[in-house]
Design a protein around this ligand. Structure first.
Ligand code: GDP
Length: 195
């Protein structure tokens, strides 16, 4: 898809702030610093529409980016390193849960994990949660440029195993540095937003 228009819409702290124009939403989940902002920026070919930051987990909001007046990327940041109290974390967990289980516009969740590491417990739980609620998901393995190609298969099978071996076609090796995986990611997105 050629992106001609990409706009940050809102950092929502609750459902009353979510967009009301009934466009398809594609959410990105994953721990801070995994490369969510870089993923969005690479796909839409903007340097910094989605804020990339080296300070993880500051803001606990759902960030909506409106693409081509057609759909939203929803950045779901914050689990993992977030330096927040237990109470805040619970509140955040509830907000994510509510968004994912009740939001009718949500049609796909991309779980981003670092290709170099085992997925976190939260990543694994997120997949189980999505499976349970029958929400389509894909697993994007970011920063693949940091691993030599000869080791890719090994990393894919380790990550796949940690997730409980979902079908291999749900996984994508991706790099916002080299552009690896960009076409496939767009195929997935287009098959949903252009259907
Ligand atoms: P977010 O917190 O999930 O939004 O993560 P960011 O997109 O801000 O990325 C965190 C850091 O990882 C930044 O320094 C990025 O430049 C770097 N990064 C993100 N994606 C990649 C990638 O595919 N390859 C490499 N080498 N670095 C990446």
């Amino acid at each position: 898809m050629k992106v001609t228009n990409a706009e940050f819409t809102i950092s929502a702290v609750g459902p009353n702030q979510y967009p009301t124009d009934q466009k398809v939403e594609i959410a990105l989940s994953g721990r801070s610093n995994v490369g969510k902002s870089s993923f969005i920026n690479r796909l839409i070919q903007r340097k910094s529409l989605a804020r990339t930051s080296s300070k993880p987990g500051k803001t606990q909001t759902l960030n909506f980016y409106h693409i081509n007046d057609l759909f939203y990327f929803v950045d779901v940041p914050g689990y993992g390193y977030a330096k927040v109290s237990k109470k805040e974390r619970e509140k955040w967990g509830k907000m994510i849960e509510e968004y994912i289980t009740t939001r009718e516009n949500l049609e796909l969740v991309l779980i981003l994990v670092d290709f170099r590491h085992e997925p976190s417990t939260e990543d694994v739980q997120m997949r189980e949660f999505l499976e349970y609620y029958e929400i389509p998901y894909r697993i994007i393995m970011t920063k693949c440029d940091k691993i030599p190609r000869g080791k890719w298969n090994k990393h894919v099978s380790q990550i796949r195993k940690a997730f409980g071996k979902p079908p291999e076609e749900l996984f994508l090796t991706f790099s916002s540095e080299t552009g690896e995986g960009v076409e496939k990611a767009w195929e997935w997105i287009e098959s949903i937003v252009l259907e």
